[in-house]
Structure formats: structure tokens, C-alpha cells
Design a protein around this ligand. Structure first.
Ligand code: NAD
Ligand code: UGA
Length: 474
């Protein structure tokens, strides 16, 4: 391809200023000083938060994010709700809006709700000018590019529509929360699906500013869309596999950490994503597997659908069995007992609580009448209230139902508590003064470590009973 064939990209924008749109565009702006990058959202409050001069108040907590924002915001990175003018000035538009599981209508409970993607495509169709490259960054069902293409080609401002052209690329994002900035700075691969060579080259040339070319994979659109769903399904499947084995460890005297290490030492298997836990959370694993299940059923591949659905079933079972075990260990009842939950985020180093195992486990504890004190270094009480759909201290009309409150200080939280339940692997919970904690709790007191992060000997030495997920030797 010679230079005259190259598409000139000066302004890019992204619809969706969420966990993906914000950090991804910030890193692109950081690595490509010649590009003007604008992150757009329909939610004014979210944009205000991204523009907040106080970098501690950004809407997304990610290690390293505030430093990147500090370097580029106001220089070549902007956050705005001015969708019309910015889209119209952009040669490349990323779509990074939410794609949750449908809650009603056909496919409810499985298929992705594409209404935000469709609205985004309509906005691009209406406001874009000349040739626009539309990049799917959201995780989407296979064949969504076709839907976007039809919308782009059949809607829009009639006076302009004739001269406007589009090409569509799939460029799924593989960052994980908590490590988003390092993942973006040093991705294992960048995947670009599409059929228009010039557009693929234009997107490639952005990534080539910091990603080695051999890590940039080009495929057709459908392979790219399917690879994203498959990658998440495989990761979730590994966690589920190790979690299922954790239950066998507990009844046989084996130790899951030892099993995980021994199994993961085989290079063919590898050691990553074999940490046992209370079940995977996060906004995507469940929704993407459900999407795969929907897709398989849609094409009549019922056995394939059943295979993947089993991952979700075991994941739910893992959460439930932890709640049941706590009730059982605390003499069969937790009514009016104080249980302190260490960690509400779905994993460490994020303030995100979407699909966090803590939500359903806390709900189980409340249903069984416990007083639950929740602590987390980054999650706010207001978010927990939304997730539980219950005010702090609120008692429901059911007098058997417990209540919850938030505490920032773990040493205050444990006063007179009967049990501590570790649900997120924050560093803060790995190095606690168990002697001090033990003195403040009500005996016989328990520590339930669903992340296997604590030092069991110091817990025991402090006079506390301990249960650790997958540890059959205690
Ligand atoms: P999010 O909910 O944090 O952000 C989505 C944003 O899009 C919201 O702020 C919403 O207001 C905005 N939005 C919705 N419709 C819009 C429109 N028409 N125009 C402009 N803005 C609009 O979601 P997220 O976590 O950033 O995920 C976005 C997509 O990326 C999803 O498809 C998800 O599956 C995928 N993904 C997420 C992650 C992750 O770690 N969160 C990682 C990889 C891929
Ligand atoms: C995951 C994938 O790792 C990303 O590649 C992908 O881009 C993203 O989903 C997405 O599409 O949204 P994320 O959900 O942010 O990223 O975080 P993970 O590190 O994958 O953790 C997901 C859940 O699995 C967490 O609850 C975590 O605690 C749990 N987990 C993870 C384990 O229980 N054990 C492990 O060994 C690893």
C-alpha cells in the first residue's frame, strides 16, 4: 500500500466513557500525541467526573490511571457530551458502550441487549461526515458488525447520506480491571477483525505506536467477535474448574493451593487463572458465556450450549456453598450474629462491584438474619446500597431479615463480631493484626477465607477458628 492509499486519521472519538472507553482512550492519547482523542458519553455526570480536577475522584479506579489522565487530559484527551460535533469531526469512532444481558423480551437472560450499540450506530450514521471507520470495542455477539453496517448504510441525514461512507472493524478489548493500564500498555495481542485493508491499516498504525507489529492479529470480522467471547469463556472455565476442585480438596484432605501449583506447573496448562475463589464476578464473564450459550442454541448446537452453561451453574453453586458453610459452622444459625465482610469489589484493585460474588453472598447472609458489616478500601457505601437494593441499617418488614452497615476501618468493624469473611483479595486483608482482631471479636469467632490469602497460622495462634477455601488439611 503506498502513502496515497493511507487514510489520514487526526481525530478519533469513543462513544462510552466507562471502564473500557476511559482507560483505553487515555492510553491511546498518551501513546499517540498527534491524535486528538475525545471520549463521549450520554451521561453528563460521568463526563463531569472524568473532567474533575481532583484526580482521586475519577469515576474509575485503576492503578496508574490518574497519572495517564494527568499527562494528557486537556492536551489531546478530552471528555465531552457534545456527541454531534465531535463525531462529525472524527475519522474514526470507537463504540465502547455497555452490552449487558437482556432482561426482557426474546433472549432475556442470555442474549446481549444491543440497544446502546444500536443507538450509538444511529448517532454515527446521523452525525458523521465523509468516510468514517467505526470500531467495535464493546464485546458483541457474532454478526453484530452486520447490524451496525445496515444501520449505518440505511439511516442518517439524507442530504449527507449519499456521500458518507463507512467501514466497520472489530477490535475487542482484553484488558482486565485492576491491571487495565499495564494491560493496555503491554497487551498480549491486539485483535483487529475486518475486510477493508485501508481501515485495518489505519487502526494498526495507531497501535503500532507502542505495540510490536507481531502482536497485532488481523482476522475476519466474525472470528474477531467470536474470539473475544471465547477468550472470556476459557478464562471463566479455568476458574470454575479450579473452584470445583477446591470442594473436592475440602473433603479429601488435599490443599487447593498445592493442587493448583502442581497442575499449573505443566507448561501445557500454565499457572495463570488457577486461583480458587468465591466464584468469578465482573461485568463480563457471565454475560459473555450467556451470550455464547444463546448463540449456540440459536444455531441448534444444544450440547455446546449446555456445556458452557454448566460454567455458570458451578459458579453460582460456589457462591451458595460458601454462604451455607458459614451458617453451618456458626451452629446452624446466623440470626442476629455479626459477620464482617472483607471486600465488596469483584476483585482487588478496582472499585467495580458488577456481579461481585460479595453481592449474592451478603444477600444470603442477610436472608439468614445476620448483621453484616461491609468493608472495602475502594467501594463506596452508596454503591453497596445500590447493589443490595437496601439502605444501610434498613430492616425489612420480614423481622427475620438482617441488616448491613459500612465501615472503613476493619478494626472497628470486627468489634464483637462472630465471624470475618474474606471475599476480595485486597492486600489490606493479607497483612492484618490477627491478635488485635481476635481481642475485639466475640468468641468462639471464625475467619472464613474464601480467597486463600491469609496466614492461617497467625489466625490460629490468635485463637480464632479458621476455614480456608479448598484447604482440606484444617
Ligand atoms: P460501562 O457501563 O462502564 O460504560 C459504558 C458507557 O457507555 C456508560 O458510561 C454509558 O453511559 C455509555 N453509553 C451508553 N450508550 C451510549 C451512547 N449511545 N452514546 C454514548 N455513550 C453511551 O461499560 P464498560 O465496562 O466500559 O464496558 C463496555 C463494553 O466493553 C462492554 O461491551 C463490555 O463487555 C466490554 N468490555 C469490558 C471490560 C471491562 O473490564 N469492564 C473489558 C473488556 C471489554
Ligand atoms: C476479564 C478478562 O480477564 C479480560 O481479559 C477481559 O477483557 C474482561 O474480563 C472483559 O471482557 O470484561 P476482569 O473481569 O476485569 O477481566 O477481571 P479478571 O481478572 O478476569 O477476574 C474476573 C473474576 O475472576 C474476578 O472475580 C476474579 O477475582 C476471578 N478470578 C480470576 C479468580 O477467582 N481466580 C483467578 O485465578 C482469576
Amino acid at each position: 500500500m503506498n502513502n496515497s492509499d493511507k487514510l489520514l486519521i487526526r481525530n478519533i472519538c469513543c462513544l462510552g466513557a466507562g471502564y473500557v472507553g476511559g482507560p483505553t482512550m487515555a492510553v491511546i492519547a498518551d501513546k499517540c500525541p498527534n491524535l486528538n482523542v475525545t471520549v463521549l458519553d450520554i451521561n453528563q455526570e460521568r463526563i463531569n467526573q472524568w473532567n474533575n480536577p481532583d484526580l482521586e475522584k475519577l469515576p474509575v479506579y485503576e492503578p496508574g490511571l490518574k497519572e495517564v489522565i494527568n499527562r494528557v487530559r486537556g492536551k489531546n484527551l478530552f471528555f465531552s457530551t457534545q456527541i454531534e460535533s465531535i463525531v462529525s469531526d472524527s475519522q474514526m469512532v470507537f463504540i465502547s458502550v455497555n452490552t449487558p444481558t437482556k432482561t426482557k423480551g426474546f433472549g432475556a437472560g442470555y442474549a446481549s441487549d444491543l440497544k446502546w450499540v444500536e443507538a450509538s450506530a444511529r448517532q454515527v450514521a446521523k452525525y458523521s461526515r465523509d468516510h468514517t471507520i467505526v470500531v467495535e470495542k464493546s464485546t458483541l455477539p457474532v454478526k453484530t458488525a452486520q447490524v451496525i453496517k445496515e444501520i449505518l448504510e440505511n439511516t442518517g441525514d439524507d442530504s449527507q447520506a449519499e456521500s458518507n461512507t463507512f467501514s466497520i472493524l472489530s477490535n475487542p478489548e482484553f484488558l482486565a480491571e485492576g491491571t487495565a493500564i499495564t494491560d493496555l500498555n503491554n497487551p498480549d495481542r491486539v485483535l483487529i477483525g475486518g475486510d477493508d485493508i485501508r481501515s485495518i491499516e489505519a487502526l494498526k498504525s495507531i497501535y503500532k505506536n507502542w505495540v510490536p507489529e507481531e502482536k497485532i492479529i488481523s482476522t475476519n470480522l466474525w472470528s474477531s467477535e467470536l474470539s473475544k467471547l471465547t477468550a472470556n469463556a476459557f478464562l471463566a472455565q479455568r476458574i470454575t474448574s479450579i473452584n470445583s476442585i477446591s470442594s473436592i480438596c475440602e473433603v479429601t484432605g488435599a490443599e487447593i493451593k498445592e493442587v493448583s501449583y502442581a497442575v499449573g506447573s505443566d507448561k501445557r496448562i500454565g499457572s495463570k487463572f488457577l486461583s480458587p475463589g468465591p466464584g468469578f464476578g465482573g461485568s463480563c464473564f457471565k454475560k459473555d458465556i450467556l451470550n455464547l450459550v444463546y448463540l449456540s442454541n440459536y444455531y441448534g448446537l444444544y450440547e455446546v450450549a449446555e456445556y458452557w452453561e454448566q460454567i455458570i451453574k458451578i459458579n453460582n453453586w460456589q457462591k451458595k456453598r460458601i454462604s451455607r458453610l458459614i451458617v453451618q459452622k456458626l451452629f446452624g444459625t446466623i440470626t442476629s450474629k455479626k459477620i464482617v465482610v472483607f471486600g465488596f469489589a469483584f476483585k482487588a484493585n478496582t472499585n467495580d462491584t458488577r456481579e461481585s460474588p460479595s453481592i449474592s453472598i451478603v444477600q444470603d447472609l442477610l436472608e439468614n438474619g445476620a448483621e453484616v458489616i461491609i468493608t472495602d478500601p475502594k467501594v463506596q457505601a452508596s454503591q453497596i446500597k445500590k447493589d443490595l437494593d437496601l439502605e444501610e441499617f434498613q430492616r425489612t418488614s420480614n423481622t427475620e431479615f438482617g441488616f448491613w452497615r459500612f465501615s472503613k476501618d476493619i478494626y472497628e468493624a470486627v468489634k464483637n463480631a462472630d465471624a470475618i469473611l474474606i471475599l476480595t483479595e485486597w492486600d489490606e486483608y493479607k497483612f492484618v493484626d490477627w491478635q488485635q482482631i481476635s481481642r475485639n471479636m466475640r468468641a468462639p469467632s471464625w475467619v472464613f477465607d474464601a480467597r486463600s490469602v491469609s496466614d492461617l497460622d497467625s489466625i490460629r495462634k490468635a485463637g480464632l477458628n479458621v476455614w480456608a477455601l479448598g484447604n482440606g488439611s484444617i
